[in-house]
Design a binder for this molecule. Structure first.
Ligand code: DGP
Ligand code: NA
Ligand code: NA
Length: 204
């Protein structure tokens, strides 16, 4: 059984991750590839409800405490994610540990401390970074409703994301038209599947 791919979307707030991850799962389904959409934070769990209270500014938590809750919210999904990947399901994930580090490091928490609780989580095969300048994101509907949606802060977050990128990342211009972005993401995704095939045939 070929393992599913773990495809991750990261980016600042209102960069179109949710739209594009949803469209990617739909397109994979349509082409007969089993795919599942996951979103972090998952606000439906007990931990996720605490995170939601913090984000919507109904409750207060220290920077360190909320950081660890976000990480715990990923860890509680890990067994299911591993099982899905092993059964051949491709996971398309809307935010993950890079958001965890970028948002907390942007608050000036120590970078190494921020990374520590996520060490050991499953790693994504490909990361698509939806890049939008915070000034453009701020023009999008509903911006500013949640705690982190502030221009200066998002500029810091974007810098932190860029500092974590490696060759598994692709930067996607999120200012482009949604259809054009989708086409670009399909090209990158097909390339990722092809690479997986090639890697497998070179081992055997
Ligand atoms: P979203 O539902 O994707 O819009 O995310 C909600 C907000 O939480 C958004 O401002 C990004 C932020 N966020 C996502 N993951 C983490 C994390 O692990 N740590 C912190 N501090 N913030 C996060
Ligand atoms: Na948001
Ligand atoms: Na989103």
């Amino acid at each position: 059984m070929t393992r599913g791919l773990f495809i991750l979307f990261e980016g600042c707030d209102r960069s179109g991750k949710t739209t594009q991850s949803t469209r990617l799962v739909q397109a994979l389904d349509d082409s007969g590839i089993k795919a599942k959409l996951l979103k972090f934070p998952d606000r439906t769990t007990a931990i996720g409800k605490m995170i939601d209270g913090y984000l919507t500014q109904k409750s207060k938590l220290s920077d360190e405490a909320i950081h660890l809750l976000f990480s715990a919210n990923r860890w509680e999904a890990m067994n299911q994610m591993r099982a899905d990947l092993e059964s051949g399901i491709t996971l398309v994930v809307d935010r993950y540990a890079f958001s965890g580090v970028a948002f907390s490091a942007a608050k000036k928490l120590d970078f190494k401390w921020c990374k520590a609780p996520d060490v050991g989580l499953l790693a994504p095969d490909r990361v698509f970074f939806m890049d939008i300048h915070p000034d453009d994101a701020a023009k999008r509907d509903g911006y500013g409703e949640e705690i982190y949606e502030k221009r200066e802060f998002q500029i810091e977050v974007r810098v932190k994301f860029f500092s974590m990128m490696d060759s598994s990342w692709s930067v996607v211009d999120a200012n482009k038209d949604a259809d054009e972005i989708h086409r670009q993401i399909m090209v990158l995704t097909k390339r990722a599947f092809k690479k997986q095939e090639e890697d497998q045939s070179s081992i055997s």
